[in-house]
Design a protein around this ligand. Structure first.
Ligand code: HEC
Ligand code: HEC
Ligand code: HEC
Ligand code: HEC
Length: 253
């Protein structure tokens, strides 16, 4: 058993020190203390001596801490992703909703710069986050931490359950002047002066004291936002019992 392990170890280190790994044809003395399998932290292509191919989708040193869960950079990234609640719409690691692209596959497909651009200049249905330049280092490291080693199980499809025009008109008229939401019947709303309402079931605002949104507290919110949040600035919206139920079923499902 021990001998077998040693033999495997020798083959393994041989392969990575002298065999396959061409990164070290140019980078002999870099990161040696971190191990010779450069691509587990930097991605790229280690079978070539052409720099442009070797550096394809390279992960720079700045973001390469992601394999180390204890690193403060990784921890700050995890915190930012949780606070921003990206999993309301995206699958990240093993959790999240399927309203938008599975980030486990998007991150594999995109370069670091492309990921940053997608967040800085979001498409219509993705909220615009206000991250500082420093935050991006943490955020990207956190994203890599969750996604790079997560297997992509299947291609995610946005499910459109039914094309319920009643509910979409209702949302657009009553909520859409302030909110947007990605829902099972598509992207709704016109403005985002108020929080994005996608996947409320996985949103835990502070004032709900550790609870997420559910049918009961959303009903209460719609009757009177200030009964849940003292200084809520959302006005009370006039809704019939039936309209209220429809909107709740749409947002919590
Ligand atoms: C043909 C030579 C060559 C090969 C092969 C090569 N590199 Fe590089 N690498 C360079 C040079 C030169 C620089 C510095 C200039 C630059 O950034 O383009 C560099 C820079 C880097 C940086 C720093 C980038 C930054 O801006 O922080 C990393 C990380 C890196 N290489 C990793 C790798 C990895 C991992 C591999 C193998 C998958 C690899 N390199 C293969 C030549 C090479
Ligand atoms: C366990 C993860 C890990 C492995 C394996 C690893 N690196 Fe790094 N690398 C990092 C981290 C983290 C940084 C940035 C912080 C630092 O320099 O320690 C970095 C930085 C670098 C830099 C940039 C240095 C600079 O000054 O900007 C280069 C170039 C680099 N690594 C190349 C390599 C090469 C080549 C290999 C394989 C021989 C390799 N790394 C293996 C994690 C790793
Ligand atoms: C309200 C829903 C929503 C939230 C919350 C959200 N996104 Fe997105 N995101 C989208 C939509 C919609 C797209 C466009 C692609 C699509 O339709 O799936 C997108 C695209 C992206 C892309 C580009 C994917 C690609 O395939 O090119 C990245 C990267 C991304 N989002 C990262 C994030 C990160 C990181 C967070 C959290 C900080 C976040 N998103 C929060 C809805 C959202
Ligand atoms: C005139 C603008 C406006 C309209 C119309 C409006 N809201 Fe709001 N809503 C807000 C604002 C502003 C907030 C921010 C929280 C606050 O009030 O402090 C908010 C917050 C919320 C929240 C809490 C989100 C969170 O994560 O904290 C929910 C849920 C919500 N609205 C649901 C709705 C629904 C459902 C409708 C339609 C029936 C609606 N809102 C209509 C302005 C509006």
């Amino acid at each position: 058993m021990v001998i077998r392990f040693l033999i495997l170890l020798i083959i393994f280190s041989y392969t990575y020190s002298y065999g396959e790994n061409r990164c070290i044809s140019c980078h002999e003395n870099i990161c040696v203390e971190k191990g010779n399998n450069c691509i587990i932290c930097h991605r790229g292509n280690d079978t070539t001596t052409r720099q442009d191919i070797a550096h394809y989708k390279l992960i720079k040193g700045e973001y390469a801490e992601f394999n180390n869960e204890k690193s403060t950079i990784t921890q700050k990234g995890i915190k930012l992703i949780n606070e921003a609640n990206c999993t309301r719409c995206h699958k990240i690691g093993n959790t999240g909703a399927a309203y938008a692209t599975d980030l486990n596959s998007a991150v594999k497909r995109l370069s670091t710069d492309e990921i940053i651009k997608a967040i800085k200049e979001p498409v219509v249905n993705m909220p615009k986050f206000k991250f500082s330049d420093e935050d991006y280092r943490y955020l990207i490291t956190g994203l890599y931490h969750y996604t790079i080693n997560t297997e992509v199980k299947s291609i995610t499809q946005i499910v459109r359950l039914n094309n319920n025009e009643n509910s979409s008109d209702l949302f657009n008229n009553k909520c859409g002047s302030c909110h947007k939401a990605l829902t099972s019947i598509g992207a709704l709303g016109y403005f985002d002066s108020a929080p994005n309402l996608s996947s409320l079931k996985s949103t835990y605002p502070e004032y709900l004291n550790g609870k997420s949104w559910n049918k009961d507290n959303l009903k209460q919110w719609l009757l009177n936002p200030r009964s849940l949040k003292k200084n809520a600035t959302m006005p009370k919206i006039e809704l019939t019992e039936e309209e209220s139920k429809k909107i709740i079923d749409l947002l919590i499902n």
